[in-house]
Design a protein around this ligand. Structure first.
Ligand SMILES: [Zn+2]
Length: 294
């Protein structure tokens, strides 16, 4: 049976119907700036375009989320604090069964089942883009936590740098290592580009500020990765999100930084970093799987 999947991201929302073969159909992308107006419009569209009644809905949302109350407060969507997403969706689909997970948990579920993490028993899934999120699979199951935020490590602290993190704290890994943060770091040192795609291209041509910003980001992200894999005894890390699409100019220094930090005393065995395979549909597929896709 097909499932309605909803992906709430910092820059865009996506809705789609995911079928039992994990195919994503009727996908619509809506800029996050349209908030509930845009999202509800897309949901009504998809409801009215289906022949069958929608009975299952899976949501993957930027965090933090609160699965007990059905609310979300994404750090990078300032207008939504304790936004009652599930109650709102229930107004449109009163009889549907609804499940919600973090967006990186959704990625972890999908990549573990049919992507780069296939065959692993335990893994960390991560998203590195406007923000940084994580989701942990232990014994082939996603870890949920009390409120659905297990593995959400973007706002754990790896230093005391003021990276301008939207949560307001100093030293968050997101303030060092998100695409936005690496761009800001380079700009503060005199680089004049606008976004991470341009930053990666500058690094490719040998621009010292661009290379330094990426190094700064990956070195701190590596610390956060090592913290998590050490606590949970994980050795496979699947990484998705726009930043990783930059390829080797990002990936090679990240691999090196993780390797450098993981060699002491056998605290962790060698860690495999794997690029996500499902790319832009991972969040939707994982969200659908979270509510049950069969
Ligand atoms: Zn933060």
């Amino acid at each position: 049976m097909a499932v309605l999947a909803i992906d709430i991201g910092a820059t865009k929302f996506a809705v789609a119907i995911v079928d039992s073969a994990h195919e994503v159909n009727f996908r619509q992308d809506i800029p996050t700036t349209q908030l509930w107006d845009g999202l509800s419009h897309a949901l009504l569209n998809i409801r009215d375009s289906q022949n069958e009644k929608i009975t299952k809905i899976g949501i993957g949302s930027a965090g933090p989320i609160n699965v007990q109350r059905g609310e979300i407060s994404p750090v990078n969507i300032a207008q939504w604090r304790n936004f009652p997403l599930i109650p709102k969706i229930t107004e449109i689909f009163p009889d549907a069964q609804i499940a919600m997970v973090g967006d990186a948990v959704a990625l972890a579920i999908a990549e573990h089942a049919i992507g780069a993490g296939r065959g692993t028993r335990n893994m960390l899934g991560m998203v590195v883009s406007t923000g940084i999120g994580g989701g942990i699979i232990v014994n082939n199951k996603p870890l949920e936590g009390d409120y659905g935020n297990a593995g959400y490590f973007g706002h754990t602290v790896v230093g005391d740098y003021d990276g301008g993190c939207n949560c307001g704290r100093l030293g968050c890994v997101e303030g060092y290592s998100s695409g936005t943060s690496m761009v800001r770091y380079a700009q503060n040192n005199g680089w004049s580009g606008a976004d991470f795609v341009v930053l990666a291209a500058s690094a490719q041509t040998g621009d010292k500020n661009a290379i330094a910003a990426i190094e700064f980001g990956v070195n701190h992200l590596a610390k956060a990765i090592i913290n998590i894999v050490q606590i949970f005894d994980l050795h496979h890390v699947v990484i998705g999100g726009g930043v990783t699409e930059a390829g080797d100019i990002y990936w090679k220094p990240l691999e090196k930084a993780v390797e450098n930090l993981s060699t002491s005393l056998g605290l962790v065995e060698p860690i495999k970093l794997l690029p996500a395979q499902l790319q832009r549909n991972a969040g939707l597929i994982g969200a659908a799987m979270a509510v049950g896709l069969e």
